[in-house]
Design a protein around this ligand. Sequence first.
Ligand code: ADP
Length: 481
Amino acid sequence: MHANLIAGDWVAGTDASPNINPSDTRDVVGLYAHANRAQAEDAVAAAHAAQPRWAAFTPQQRADALDRVGSEIIARQAELADLLAREEGKALPDARGEVLRAGHIFKFFAGEALRVGGELLASTRPGMSVEITREPVGVVGIITPWNFPLAIPAWKIAPALACGNAVVFKPAELVPACAWALAEMLSRAGLPPGTFNLVMGRGREVGQVLLDDPRVHAITFTGSEATGRKVAQAAVSRPGAMPKFQLEMGGKNPLVVLDDADLDVAVECAINGAFYATGQRCTASSRLIVTDGIHDRFVAAMTARMAALTVGDARATGTVIGPVVDATQLAQDMAYIALGRSEGGHLAFGGEAMAELSGQPGFYLQPTLFTHTLNHMRINREEIFGPVACVIRVGDANEALAVANDTPYGLSAGVVTTSLREATRFKRELQAGMVMVNAPTAGVDAHAPFGGRKASSFGPREQGRYAAEFFTTVKTSYVQA
Ligand code: ADP
């Protein structure tokens, strides 16, 4: 049994759930405790008590602790990637990349701990100086989804700690193993007990405590739009001080392919963006907006390339696309595939789930491509979160831009073109937090700001130096000489 980490102690839960391998549902990764409400409250109390001690550590001490975690993650890359692939179903090469990224994030924020600074302004009043400093926000509640079991926790936990905050971390129910491994490393990193707490369990129970408890000063959330809105509602309904909150939610990211695109680049961007990580990325390209002159060649090349993508056990050599994460997500993907057909989309490739592969029962789904779709169809409006992409044919670049922006979301958007003029125009005009030119919509650098516009995000950007906006609070001091 893997326990919760509360106030520096490993605490058994009131119940536990088995962690199932989606590549082989007979394989149980382990048993992971569920915290109850009282235990989650204990974790908040512990964080509240520990935070001033952690904030009083020198920046170098905080940097050293985070750097140790980063080094250990990188040293254990193969083992952690295997665990990640086993519990989440991400193909091993992608899982290895995610582990490395998590390690690099801890190392980046180790450096940031030393760079928390301020500003000195000249005052409009004689003899006065204006100092702008950054202080920790206090206790940060971290609620994460299952699709990046190490990287998303890393990019919230590392900056929170670097800035001197204490943390209560509630991972997604489906991926407790990576969360537990990270917590175990943090438990040995030299933080005062209670600075970092892990509470596993259900969102409505354990997550809700983080939303309601007045000792939690900030909540950073990544997950579905529906839950994100609940987080926001809970935050603004809290009596007294409202917590700071930051939300990363859905996407319906367009990849525009223009007539002058290099076809190979376009196909690689689309294959990677739509299907890698089984399409389970909020930055996945689910809308492929293709102009008339290249449309037929693009669709032919896509389907040929898709036929060569190996679907299989996430940990098997040669697998490019692992299984869908669980039965519920697979049912959602299949419902959208049925909907796409009934809305008039033409199923150009895939669409079949496989209950078994090489004798292993798992949640396998072929990469799926719809053509002849229109932007107003529900399959082009709603986030599917699976290996399903839709081609939308358009007349020219102007129409492509209009269709790309005609969506409630605005996380990532891409364009494939050899024209500098078009690349520049799309980079300026695409209404998204991240724009990719001749690159997949998914796949970002660990030190650059991450986040979206419209219904995709709320609050300051995550990652890189921009993370400090959320994890610190600004103080302006006026000093008369
Ligand atoms: P996903 O299924 O993509 O992970 P969800 O929005 O369902 O998206 O879940 C994201 C995270 O939010 C998970 O850790 C989940 O447990 C948590 N969560 C779900 N409901 C609530 C809630 N009412 N309060 C707080 N956290 C919640």
